[in-house]
Unconditional design. Sequence first.
Length: 645
Amino acid sequence: MRRRPAGPRALAALVALAAFGSSSARADAAPAEARPVAEVTQLDEATARADEVSFDARSQKLTLRGNVRVDASPFHLRSEAIEAERTDHGLEIVGDSRVAFCPCLGTPLAIHVAGATVAPPGDLFLDRPTLEVFGLPVLWLPKFWLRSPARVGLLPPTVAYRGNDGVLLGGGLHVPWSSRPEPRRPWPDPETPPDRVLSVRGAGYLKGGARTEATFQTDRSVSRVTWDYLDEHGLALESRGSAALEPARVAWDLDALRGARAVRATSALTVAAAPYDRGAVEVSASGADLTAATAVHLASARGAAGGTAVAGGPDVTLRRSRSRGPIAYDATVDGGTYHLPVPAGDAARALSFARAEIGADASGALGPTVARASARGAAAAASDGQASGVDRAIAVRSELGVPVGRALTGGPDPWLHRVEPSLAAGAIAASESGLFGPGFTRGSPVEGGAGVVDGGIATEIGRHAHRDGLAVEARAGGLLARGGATPALRGRATLGVRLARLSLDGGALTRGQGASGGGAALVARGRLGTEGGFAIGARFSARSGLDPVAARALADPSSEPRVGFVAREGATAGLLLQAPVGGALFSGGLDADVTTRALVAARGGVLLRDGCGCIAVSALVTQRVGREGIDAMLVLDLDARAGRK
């Protein structure tokens, strides 16, 4: 077969339908040997480019050699030599090639194929595809059918090792459709991406169990149902979203694990550790400064059996927020009735309640000084027909400071240096009746009161518009708790630069003899690095010798008391590390109970993306307390960006 170069390297040869079927290219109008084609226009199925292009009129095959590119959006094929032939199924390509999902070739990821059939506008049939990582094969299939996101198609296979549950293998189906039907665009224009997608996955445990998952996603909502079976059943439900129904708005949120198997089957510690299943549907309407809403709330113990009764019922809420001069305030009142689950044989019970919450913040200049004040209070009254009670929580804080500052540089966002000595006082108090369950209360799950009176100095240097800077604050005074006073020291430091965020938020220390005794509380968190590059993060919290209310008073008196990092005696710590290595992004982390020296959770993984980020492979390994063994999974994400907006 005689060939002639089509031109200099990377010369575009656009191959047309005429090259395959026009009268000038028919076998009866040409010699039997191949006729070189220097320039051709365009294929119906694709656009092709190569250093050398030749056409055999007898076999009606096109041969491309040297830097071959075949583009059929959203798919792109690269090779050194291929043969192309039109068939009833589309453009059939034979030859070792690599497939990408955007115009650049994937590195370090690639899909190597022995051939492919291009069937526009959105189908690609692969012959013997092999997923390669740095040129090494990691996954092989005899055939695979790829489709654009706008069309029904197969999902990448599920491959996971789930601890003592064993190996899990399966596949899935991608079903898109649009709520706004539009005519399909003629190829090669990309198809309009759907605004609704249903993904269904099915998998089986080699031990004999099964796992299915269905995810429905729209522009404003996502819902997922997961059923897992291995000796017993478990059901995970997750849904959140909103919809505008003028003049009102509907929002919903559901997070539930039904059955003990559902809790054991999840690899995420934060999901398994949540004490309650919760659900809510709310309809609201807003005006200039007033919001009215009605909602139905449900709650049940995490992992309870599917038929276990739940607590729940309707409520009505009114909220107003407004500012006048230097004062901003908000007020909320709500009330409702909740059904309470009771033991079998007992009479049904209902909890009727009314709640109110109000808060205000004020700041302003008083001569050379700056005054700041905040207050927030909440009260809830309830009755279940047999008992009644009231929950209360209040937090107040006031501060008077004398700021002195100067600009160190010019421009619209200069570096500023501020020094401010100040005096402050704050207090929190809370009580609870025990009638409200944790599924519904917005008050405080702890009881007691504490106050802080102190003075100190704060210094800050930074650029406010860029959130770059360093701020340090140190205070000395007294902690008043349970009728006694104890000398107290408080400190706070924050650091923010382009690549780092570090905060010692509410660091506190007390020493001396008093009703509360000596003790300390500290909450610290920080992160250094970029999102896709090297990063290290850490968090630490500890409380010793203080009750939770006193610890919160030292940490931040203006916030209402609630369960947080210092709710439990002892110390916990977490560490996150992320590092790019040769095109791969490695990450790992762990959480531990420092006091008992017990590992709570550990995770590690590696993420590989091609040069344009169109295809990603991630390998994840996790282990958490409460779940036996180590979970490991391989996730293949095909992101056909060319078919998306």
